[in-house]
Design a binder for this molecule. Structure first.
Ligand SMILES: [Zn+2]
Length: 185
């Protein structure tokens, strides 16, 4: 089963300016970053989230995908800016290096989370994605480690990175009292 990001179907009207897709994209990505997979509440809040072009809009071969709804991914500011216009060269693509696309694939096909919160790439797409997006930046590893400690301490299931969603994160944070019950509706 994949995470099922981007489930709005049919897409909003073709040709619309992609920024109008934001509410749909936010919902389809369940308020989580398409790359580090953190929910808004742990990644700077809704104002820190942006619309990323999975296939970069600045590359000529993707110029026709600028307003393609299915090319727009919800991303935290750091992931979006780290990804920027990166895309594998033909040589790397031929060797199997590419960005993991969690709209179509499972996290666990490409990564394994270690007990200290480090995401070990299992495949070439995993390697490429981890290095280009810096998915093991210090802050993320520390946060994942903390989330693990909280889940274990509270007797909860660890976060399933194959299907991160708002409810999982809010339930977890709600159990600590970090956020109030009004957010747990
Ligand atoms: Zn992110």
């Amino acid at each position: 089963m994949n995470v099922g990001f981007h489930s709005t179907n049919p897409a909003p009207p073709e040709g619309a300016d992609y920024t109008t897709y934001r509410p749909y994209v936010r919902e389809d990505f369940r308020e989580c970053c398409a790359y580090c997979l953190l929910h808004e509440v742990l990644a700077g809040g809704v104002d820190n989230f942006e619309l990323d072009h999975f296939r970069p809009q600045s590359l000529p071969e993707f110029a026709n995908r600028v307003n393609d709804f299915y090319n727009i991914y919800y991303s935290c500011h750091v992931c979006n800016h780290t990804k920027w216009r990166k895309w594998p060269s033909e040589e790397l693509t031929a060797l199997g290096y590419r960005f993991v696309d969690l709209c179509a694939e499972d996290f666990s096909e490409h990564f394994h989370e270690e007990v200290d919160g480090f995401w070990t790439p299992l495949t070439r797409p995993g390697e490429y994605t981890e290095s280009r997006l810096r998915l093991n930046r210090k802050h993320l590893v520390e946060l994942r480690s903390l989330l693990r400690e909280v889940t274990i301490g509270r007797g909860l299931d660890p976060i399933d990175w194959n299907s991160p969603d708002r409810d999982t994160f809010l339930r977890l944070l709600g159990s600590t009292g970090i956020i109030g019950p009004d957010r747990l509706m």
